[in-house]
Design a protein around this ligand. Structure first.
Ligand SMILES: [Zn+2]
Length: 268
């Protein structure tokens, strides 16, 4: 397990937040003079305007009401970005499972919509989520991946039928593209919808064509297990699919805690 990177002290993290929200020089939003720090009370204030500000509540920030320390916020963000397990996150950030789960959900809500239209050579595959032996509902997720860019599209179809899979292909892949699938019959009529189609036979060991498509599942399944154990519920799966699309299509949100905050905090 990789260790924590150099996440700075609480005070440094708090100062980082101030820089993100009140500009690199930490200036008063009204008169643009330097703001004074009151770290103990966690606010900055303008001696000219006689007003105080908090980086976590300025302008309806999504950090509003934050009860964890600034350093804990950075650690939680890092653990989420690095796909750390629930256990590891709780240990590193020194928060409860509930708190860590709530913050991960809060991070996910800041992600932008990441719908993509894939083209060129696109691999399509379906996979089951949820285990029958835990008496859970099993879900079927359809996935498409452009191996040249790494971009992906996912949809919970709960079916391997022709109609939902064709609709998925039409919604996420540009006509004229080459769609590579396994030999599942539901894809047989893609040429009638304007796509080139290549089917590989898994049972005969022809995996080469769909290897990338299957990588979507191995990484995502390991991640889901680390976060929720074997119990992947419908609500988990919905948000996880959105997160996996964001990870593939908007990787800049997952580079570092500071970058994530730079994208999502509203600067003054
Ligand atoms: Zn001022």
């Amino acid at each position: 397990m990789s260790n924590l990177p150099n996440i700075p002290s609480n005070k440094k993290c708090w100062q980082q937040l101030n820089k993100l929200v009140f500009s690199e020089q930490v200036l008063c939003p009204l008169c643009h003079q330097s703001l004074q720090e009151n770290y103990r009370q966690r606010y900055v204030w303008c001696s000219h305007c006689r007003k105080k500000y908090r980086p976590t509540s300025y302008r309806g920030s999504w950090l509003y009401g934050m009860k964890i320390s600034p350093r804990q916020l950075f650690i939680l963000l890092w653990c989420w970005q690095m796909r750390k397990s629930a256990e590891a996150t709780v240990l590193k950030a020194e928060v409860s499972y509930t708190t860590s789960g709530r913050w991960f959900a809060r991070f996910r809500r800041q992600l932008p919509e990441t719908g993509v239209l894939l083209d060129g050579i696109v691999q399509v595959d379906e996979s089951y989520f949820g285990k029958q032996r835990f008496k859970q509902t099993q879900h079927i997720v359809a996935g498409a991946k452009d191996p040249s860019t790494g971009q992906i599209a996912l949809r919970i179809t709960d079916s391997r039928g022709q109609e939902p899979l064709e609709r998925f292909v039409q919604d996420v892949i540009r006509p004229g593209s080459l769609v590579v699938t396994d030999k599942w019959w539901a894809y047989d009529e893609l040429p009638l919808l304007g796509y080139s189609h290549e089917g590989w036979n898994h049972s005969k060991g022809q995996f080469a064509g769909t290897n990338q498509g299957e990588n979507i599942w191995s990484v995502s399944k390991r991640h889901a297990r680390k976060l929720f154990g074997g119990r992947i519920l419908t609500k988990h799966l919905t948000v996880l699919c959105e997160e996996w699309m964001a990870r593939a299509n908007q990787p800049q949100f997952f580079n570092s805690p500071i970058e994530f905050l730079r994208f999502t905090l509203v600067p003054c």
